[in-house]
Design a protein around this ligand. Sequence first.
Ligand code: AMP
Length: 394
Amino acid sequence: MKILIINSGSSSIKFQLMEMPSETLICNGLVERIGYKNATISYKANGDNLHQTHTIETHRQGLERVVELLLDPEKGVITHTNDIKVVGHRVVHGGNSFSDTTLITAEVKEKIQEYAALAPLHNPGNLEGILVAEEIFPAAKQVVVFDTTFHQTIPAKAKRYAIPTSLYEVHGIQVYGFHGTSHQFVSEKAIAYLGLKSSKIITIHLGNGCSMTAVLDGKSIDHSLGFTPSNGLIMGSRSGDIDHAIIFHLVNHLNYSLDEVKTLLTNQSGMLGLTGHMDLRDIQAEAENKNKECQLALSMNAYRIKKYIGAYTAAMNGLDAIVFTAGIGENSSVIRQLACEDLEVLGIILDSSKNDKRSAELREINTAESKVKILVIPTNEELEIAKQAFELVE
Ligand code: AMP
């Protein structure tokens, strides 16, 4: 069964065509800068890599261009759009309405629209991708996987904020959690690898956005992002945890407007605000050249991760494994090393030489004496969506 996975952002469409249940990748690619003159399409199939620049004004045009490539007599991988039996969509925010992967109906689309108020940067693009895919692939089943679904198991004591109850009951202000497909994918891999019936795992997703999840017996029981993807770890340009009174101070005493505060904390803070760089590779290179700000930013970043490791170990009353994943988690031996430093008290001991080696496979980077396994597991959100979509329609 051919399943097309679409991850449609505000100005991009990431796509992947999979054969299921064999989990064979047929092709994948990315349309970027939709709405700009120099939009780009990259497409990988049959060992070929293609890059094109076009004017792509809308998601519709972007997806139509993707379909032209899929059907191309030379570079294509299907002969008719009906060859695609299922389209699996990633949607960031599903609020409390979805505790499972779901077939898309008019009601589901209304909910996605409703939750756009909570994820204004993500849900509108996600919905646009669904509307266009329904027209282009009328014979396919359309399935949605929400980033928030995996976190529906977080208990009230971890998901509620200590603010008046009516704000939760009437306005849904609570922890929702994000990167759910990634945390689910790597925690399932870790559980299979460890072969444990009962397991206590902390998954650490470090990419452009960063988050950690306490996964007890395969279920999310706490998570570092909250009502929106802003809380918790230090990210590329997001501050993560701060004292909220700083916001009042910025507004009342430093003449910031609320929009300016939002831009400051979302787009100008985090590693960018601390160093002037957003990409961790640049920060690591500067730190090696003795740049003090970059050195401090790296240790602040790792210190925040350590604090959450401690908190989630306490929340689960123990720890079997920690898992590093996503762009930084999979590739930065520096962050992994700093985050695991001086954690012998929790039974976490990193093996530096294993940590320094590179591999695209699941690997263990702890010493033989370490009670806790330290794993690096490449994430694959698209494969997780394909698996869940296949299970639903099978
Ligand atoms: P993601 O959102 O998972 O694609 O992660 C993107 C981020 O991963 C980039 O912004 C980089 O900061 C980081 N990254 C990618 N490759 C490396 C690397 N080799 N070393 C350190 N950081 C990396």
